[in-house]
Design a protein around this ligand. Structure first.
Ligand code: NAP
Length: 285
């Protein structure tokens, strides 16, 4: 797309304060687009921010006012992602957006009845130009969700077995999302996004040890122990159960395959785990 044309366009980013959405917002601004960022928070909103609560549907219609393109995600913590995403897809359709990029998760297309897959199908049938991106487990989980065990006990405590996972750097996800959002070349396709290699959790622990000069260990725990921790951390039971199912797939090796989709879209290799640990080493203090 020509830069001059892009400058007049407005891109709506759902989940814009999150790991993927925050970086995506910056990339779209760098490309010259006008952006609108959703937040479920209220009160003093920043420039270009709008209040949207995906649980109640509040603010969705207003958020799409004048938007040309939109990036959609369902926040973590909600097991019925279709219920949250469907009103967004309907509004995008009603407004006839030029392009929608939806982020789900790797493997969701294995079950046509899964809530994420239902959202994908709704978008596919909407008649809108779209892309679906299905990332594998994020590298950034180790400096967010799993950080407490690493920093407090020098341990990665997960029911991950010995299987390998082709973790992806979230910065590659946002780079891909930005590219797809402003281009029509790869319209109406889904992409499975992975990193360049598959690592098991011992290898992950070794790589974090390298940059922290501490001995970080992977300790396999029972799914029930993870569930207790997730519930204690305030996650709803149905989402905790969903995560346990996802760890079951991971343990069986379903998350190990490496795809070439980042290369196809970006024309470069995905970022490595070594790059990630170097860039995020300050997180593990
Ligand atoms: N982590 C992984 O390994 C992984 C792997 C594959 C797929 N995924 C998918 O990636 C998505 C998460 O992406 P992420 O990590 O970038 O998210 P994130 O960092 O957790 O950010 C979530 C965003 O959602 C917003 N939000 C929270 N509650 C909301 C509500 N009720 N209404 C509207 N917005 C709300 C938050 O902003 P405010 O607080 O400002 O509202 C925040 O910007 C999920 O759909 C997950 O299934 C994750």
């Amino acid at each position: 797309m020509k830069a001059t044309k892009m400058k007049s366009e407005l891109a709506l980013v759902v989940g814009a304060s999150g790991t993927v959405g925050g970086d995506l917002l910056r990339r779209l601004q760098t490309l010259g687009l006008r952006t609108r960022a959703t937040t479920s928070k209220r009160g003093n909103l920043g420039d270009g921010q709008v209040h949207v609560d995906l649980v109640t549907g509040e603010g969705i219609k207003e958020a799409f006012e004048g938007a040309d393109r939109a990036f959609l995600l369902s926040p973590p913590g909600y097991a019925n992602q279709h219920a949250l995403l469907s009103p967004l897809i309907q509004e995008a359709k009603r407004r006839g957006l030029k392009k929608v990029v939806l982020m789900t998760a790797i493997g969701v297309d294995a079950n046509e009845a899964s809530p994420f897959r239902k959202a994908e199908l709704e978008l596919e049938k909407s008649g809108l130009n779209y892309n679906i991106i299905r990332p594998n487990w994020f590298m950034q989980n180790f400096n967010t969700f799993w950080i407490q065990g690493i920093n407090a006990q020098n341990k990665i405590l997960l029911p991950a077995g010995t299987a390998k996972t082709s973790f992806i750097d979230a910065r590659d996800i946002s780079a891909v999302a930005a590219n797809l959002l402003v281009s029509e070349e790869l319209n109406n396709q889904a992409f499975n996004l992975t990193g360049p290699e598959a690592l098991d959790h011992d290898q992950v622990a070794a790589q974090i040890s390298n940059v922290t000069n501490r001995k970080i260990e992977y300790v396999e725990i029972q799914p029930s122990e993870l569930k207790m921790g997730l519930l204690a951390g305030g996650l709803p039971e149905d989402y905790a159960e969903l995560l346990l199912i996802l760890f079951g797939f991971l343990r069986e090796g379903y998350n190990a395959a490496v795809t070439s989709d980042v290369q196809k879209i970006m024309g470069r290799s995905p970022l490595s785990f070594t790059q990630y640990t170097n860039d995020f080493k300050k997180s593990w203090n």
